[in-house]
Design a protein. Structure first.
Length: 305
């Protein structure tokens, strides 16, 4: 009789299929970055997350959208992999990306630094540049100058010792989820690569030296730790860096529980008792108790912060 049972080694090497990695990331709060790496290794998913920005989508036929998106992803990823060291050390100030220019039929240039001024020293013109650099990633300007569109291309550095709440496998999913939950408070992220050379494509914003940290919001869904809650990580009141940014206890609750939380927050004990008595089924009672627990946890967190 033929043995149709799979061997253990066969089972281990069969990758679980998923229809959309982005949907999965938005639905689940993965608390540890290594979970993302595990999914990419063990599951049949594309490392591409997100979609083309609306301005670039307007340049192509709708029927070609899927193909062009994949080509854009492949061209950009191939360029980064081939020029990683040169980009890291800023040995060139700009690159013309001809393949992307051809893809959208308009010139595309990647700038690695910003020209701030030109001085004349000993009769010679000297250019001074400012780099858009960070501890775990560097930012570059992906520009389509003929149509006046710029994007921020963030490339994560390799061989950086990971710390809790930092790095591509933590920051990329957090950026997508924070934008979905609180779009008015976070700089838009369009697309990302979670494979070997991780990068994100974001809205370009002109960061100034007088940026301020926004005031702490009541009922915030996402917050940034004190050590990263600095002006450099904000622009025009929006978060532009997602290192050490996490969901609050309140933010982790379902919408009905959050609604109850806001309703119960300033109630007296007697009012809470009355509200509880009006809950007619176990589902409503469970939501009530979750909201009550959240108020208590938030109170303790604030008291001992």
């Amino acid at each position: 009789m033929k043995n149709t049972q799979q061997s253990l080694s066969d089972i281990i090497h069969v990758k679980t299929k998923h229809s959309s990695f982005k949907k999965f990331l938005l639905k689940h709060d993965l608390r540890h970055a290594y979970n993302i790496e595990q999914i990419i290794t063990d599951c049949d998913v594309k490392p591409i997350v997100g979609c083309l920005p609306i301005q670039l989508r307007a340049l192509i036929e709708k029927k070609d959208l899927s193909d062009v998106t994949l080509r854009f992803f492949d061209i950009l990823s191939f360029f980064i992999a081939n020029n990683y060291d040169e980009l890291l050390f800023k040995t060139k100030k700009e690159y013309e990306l001809k393949n992307l220019s051809d893809l959208f039929k308009t010139k595309c240039i990647l700038f690695t630094s910003e020209l701030v001024r030109t001085d004349i020293i000993n009769g010679e013109k000297i250019d001074f540049y400012k780099e858009w650099a960070g501890a775990v990633s560097d930012v570059y300007k992906l520009s389509f100058p003929e149509i006046g569109i710029d994007y921020a291309l963030k490339i994560f550095k390799k061989n950086i010792i990971p710390t809790v709440g930092m790095g591509p496998f933590y920051e990329i999913p957090t950026a997508f989820k924070a934008n979905k939950c609180e779009p008015k408070l976070n700089n838009p992220i369009y697309m990302a690569n979670l494979s070997e050379y991780q990068w994100t494509l974001n809205k370009w914003v002109n960061h100034t030296d007088n940026e301020k940290v926004p005031d702490e919001r009541e009922h915030a869904i996402y917050i940034t730790s004190e050590e990263e809650n600095k002006p450099r990580n904000y622009c025009n009141g929006k978060r532009i860096d997602f290192g050490k940014t996490r969901k609050t206890v309140y933010g982790g609750c379902s919408y009905p529980v959050r609604k109850l939380y806001r309703q119960m927050q300033n109630m007296t004990y007697e009012q809470l008792q009355t509200l509880e008595s009006k809950k007619k089924n176990n589902f409503d009672l469970e939501n009530y108790r979750r909201a009550q627990d959240t108020i208590y946890i938030e109170y303790i967190s604030e008291k001992y912060r």
